[in-house]
Unconditional design. Structure first.
Length: 333
C-alpha cells in the first residue's frame, strides 16, 4: 500500500487527483501542467471513462484562476433551453421565466467553462457558442446589457471531431477556436501497467482489502471498454466479494469480466510458479519452442509462425538447446 501512496502523492503533485505511474501519462501530465498556466482553449479527446473530466478539473486547479469550474454536459441540454442555460435570462423574458437567472458563461467568468461531450451540440448552438468565444461578450435573454466573458474553455469528446468537421457535423471555425491544444487521454488498455495501481488505490479508498497476485494479473489483462470508470465500479463490487479481506482470482471469475484465454494463461502461470523447477521462464520458453518445432515436423519457419515470433528466435534458441540435432536437421531440411 505504501508503494501506492508514494506514487499517488508524487503524481498528484503534477496533476491533482490523477493516479498513474505510466510513462506516457507522466509525459501527458507534464504537458498538461504547462498548458494549464495559459488561457488557451484545451480539447480533451479520449474514450469514455479515461479521466477527461478529472484532467479538466486538474487543469482548472493548476491554472490558479479565481473563478470556479462549471461543467456542462452538452449532450444533455434540451434544445429550447440552450440560450437560457448558457446566457441566462431576465425575469419575464419568456413564459415561465419567473425570476432572473444567470447562465453558464456568467457562472464560469474568471474560471473555466468545461464543455463535456461537445460533439453533441447541434450546429445551431455551435454558432451561438462561437459568437461568444469570438466576441468574448454575451447578454442575458431579455437584457440589453452586454457582459464580458473572461472564462477559459476546456472541451471534451470521445468522438473524432476532425472527422465531424469534414462531415460538416461540426463547425470548422469553432473547432479551431476550441482546440488550441489537443490532448489525447489514452485508454486503459494502452496503459495496462496502471491497472494494478488503480485497483489497489480504489480498494484502499473504499475499505482496506488486498489483491492476490493472480487476481491483479487477471484484472491487468482483462478488457476495459469502460476504462477507469469500469475498473472503479468493478473494484467496488470486488470489495464486497473479497474473502477474508483478499480479492482472489475466484472473486474476479464470479464477475465474469476476464476473457477465458487470459484466465487460462494466468492460471497456468500460477501453477508453473508453484512448481519446484529452477529457471522456470527458460524451461517454459524452451518447451514451447521444442513443441512448436515438433508440431511443424522440424520446419523452423512454421514453428516460428505458430509461436508468433521471428524464425531467428527459434533458430537461435534451438542452437543452444540442441546444437547437434539442429545442425543435423538443417542439413536435412
Ligand atoms: N488516473 C485516474 N486516477 C484516479 N481516478 C481516475 C483516473 N482517471 C479516471 N478516474 C476516475 O474514473 C472515473 C471516470 O473518469 P472521468 O469521468 O474523468 O472520465 P471521462 O473520460 O470524463 O468519461 P466520459 O467521457 O464518460 O465523461 C471517475 O470516477 C474518475 O475519478
Amino acid at each position: 500500500m505504501n508503494a501506492v501512496n508514494n506514487v499517488t502523492v508524487r503524481f498528484s503533485e503534477v496533476l491533482p487527483g490523477v493516479i498513474s505511474h505510466n510513462r506516457g501519462m507522466k509525459k501527458l501530465a507534464e504537458y498538461v501542467s504547462k498548458i494549464a498556466l495559459s488561457d488557451a482553449a484545451v480539447f480533451l479527446h479520449g474514450e469514455t471513462g479515461t479521466g477527461k473530466d478529472l484532467i479538466a478539473n486538474a487543469i482548472h486547479q493548476l491554472s490558479g484562476r479565481l473563478g470556479r469550474i462549471v461543467s456542462v454536459n452538452c449532450g444533455a441540454i434540451p434544445e429550447n433551453l440552450f440560450e437560457s442555460l448558457f446566457f441566462g435570462h431576465e425575469k419575464g423574458a419568456f413564459t415561465g421565466a419567473d425570476k432572473k437567472q444567470q447562465g453558464f458563461f456568467y457562472q464560469a467568468n474568471f474560471g473555466t467553462l468545461f464543455l463535456d461531450e461537445i460533439a453533441e451540440l447541434p450546429l445551431i448552438h455551435q454558432a451561438k457558442l462561437l459568437r461568444v468565444l469570438e466576441s468574448r461578450q454575451f447578454s442575458r435573454i431579455g437584457s440589453s446589457e452586454t457582459q464580458e466573458f473572461t472564462g477559459r474553455i476546456i472541451s471534451a469528446s470521445h468522438a473524432n471531431l476532425a472527422q465531424h468537421v469534414t462531415q460538416r457535423l461540426f463547425r470548422e471555425d469553432l473547432w479551431y477556436r476550441i482546440n488550441l491544444f489537443e490532448i489525447t487521454v489514452p485508454a486503459l488498455h494502452q496503459r495496462r501497467d496502471d491497472i494494478p495501481l488503480l485497483a489497489q488505490y480504489f480498494a484502499h479508498n473504499t475499505q482496506r482489502i488486498c489483491f492476490s497476485a493472480c487476481a491483479l494479473k487477471l484484472l491487468q489483462f482483462s478488457d476495459w471498454p469502460g476504462n477507469i470508470r469500469q475498473l472503479k465500479n468493478t473494484v467496488d463490487k470486488l470489495t464486497v466479494l473479497a474473502d477474508a479481506g483478499e480479492v482472489t482470482a475466484d472473486c474476479i471469475q464470479q464477475l465474469a469480466i476476464c476473457d477465458d484465454h487470459v484466465d487460462w494463461a494466468v492460471r497456468v502461470a500460477q501453477e508453473i510458479i508453484d512448481m519446484p523447477v529452477n529457471n522456470k521462464l527458460q524451461t517454459i520458453h524452451d518447451a514451447l519452442i521444442e513443441q512448436a518445432v515438433e508440431r511443424s515436423n522440424g520446419n523452423k519457419t512454421e514453428a516460428a509462425r505458430l509461436l508468433g515470433v521471428h524464425r531467428k528466435v527459434v533458430e537461435r534458441r534451438l542452437a543452444q538447446i540442441r546444437p547437434r540435432s539442429t545442425s543435423h536437421q538443417e542439413a536435412t531440411l
